[in-house]
Design a protein around this ligand. Structure first.
Ligand code: F6P
Length: 321
């Protein structure tokens, strides 16, 4: 009997909307091309604990439109140790896994690279809301999160306007300002504070005051978590303007919700491409999208590249505010 080649998939780090559709795409394309598919529950932690489940077509139905990750996720300190990695490799080998697909962010990619160095043929799919992985225009979940934040800003604008208040909204993104920047443009806020560009609170406060004097009934500032805390920024603006200024931390609301159509299509394209790369003999790469094409780069290339804020977008914001 010919034994089928085996692919295992895990989701790791902070979950993101679209991880499920990426798993579904790898599984369904793999099954259609004669592979046996396994899911590993709870990320690298589950890999160390041997928590594998077999995935057939039915196991991945009804997940395309669900946020979160049905395989669950975790951050594993144990996996960062040589012993943890040795155990992970042993488990993968014992199960006869030929290929491993890791869906996650920066830390998850480092794990995949470590396993590749131990002889496990690995792939990375960019699953994080932060949009902070180099050499891809988007990460899986970023678009959905933008929509969640844009909706939240709209809700806050309604009430801020009724009470002539200033709203300072803190968005996630770790050290990357993309969520704040793009949601800020999408919702027409008055100021965006991001870690990539030195914030000038005094100027921001002066602009807000001047707008109120011209008759505006509210003001919205969006601050990326990497640039500061909403509470501190709100306090400073209140002191500088005398205006009633309220902080709102959006928090984990940003990571939930049904994935946008963009994230579903994008993650489906990425998952599908993994099987194509396996068939071409390419492994040890992270996939992404550049200029609307699905592309891939070695983990090393990805780690050596820098994520850069889209300066053109920041200038567009400055011209439109
Ligand atoms: O990486 C995704 C992310 O949501 C970041 O934006 C945020 O800084 C972090 O994860 C929060 O992590 P946790 O859910 O473990 O608190």
């Amino acid at each position: 009997m010919i034994s089928l080649k085996k692919i295992a998939i895990l989701t790791s780090g902070g979950d993101s909307q679209g991880m499920n559709s990426a798993v579904r795409a790898v599984a369904r394309t793999g099954l259609a091309n004669g592979f046996e598919i396994f899911g590993i529950r709870k990320g690298y932690k589950g890999l160390i604990n041997n928590d594998f489940i077999k995935l057939g077509s039915k196991e991945v139905s009804d997940i395309l439109y669900r946020g979160g990750t049905f395989l669950q996720s975790a951050r594993s300190a144990e996996f960062e140790t040589p012993e943890g990695q040795a155990q992970a490799v042993e488990n993968l080998k014992a199960k006869g896994i030929d290929y491993l697909v890791v869906i996650g962010g920066d830390g998850s990619y480092r794990g995949a690279q470590a396993l590749e160095r131990h002889g496990i043929k690995s792939f990375g799919l960019p699953g994080t809301i932060d949009n902070d992985i180099p050499l891809t225009d988007y990460t899986i979940g970023f678009d959905t999160t933008l929509n969640v934040v844009t909706d939240a800003v709209g809700n806050l604008r309604d009430t801020m306007s009724s009470h002539e208040r200033v709203s300072v909204i803190e968005a996630m993104g770790r050290n990357c300002g993309d969520i704040a920047l793009q949601a800020g443009i999408a919702s027409g806020v008055d100021a965006i504070l991001i870690p990539e560009i030195e914030p000038d609170i005094k100027q921001t406060a002066a602009n807000i005051k001047e707008r109120f004097e011209r008759g505006k009934s509210h003001s919205i500032v969006i601050v990326a978590e990497g640039a500061g805390k909403a509470e501190d920024v709100a306090k400073q603006i209140k002191e500088l303007t005398g205006l009633d200024t309220r902080p709102t931390v959006l928090g984990h609301i940003q990571r939930g919700g049904t994935p946008s159509a963009f994230d579903r299509v994008y993650s489906s394209r990425l998952g599908h491409k993994v099987i194509e790369l396996i068939q071409q003999g390419v492994t040890g790469v992270g996939l992404g999208m550049e200029n609307n094409k699905i592309t891939y780069h070695s983990f090393e290339e990805i780690f050596n590249a820098k994520t850069e804020i889209n300066e053109q977008l920041y200038h567009i914001f400055e011209d439109l505010v």
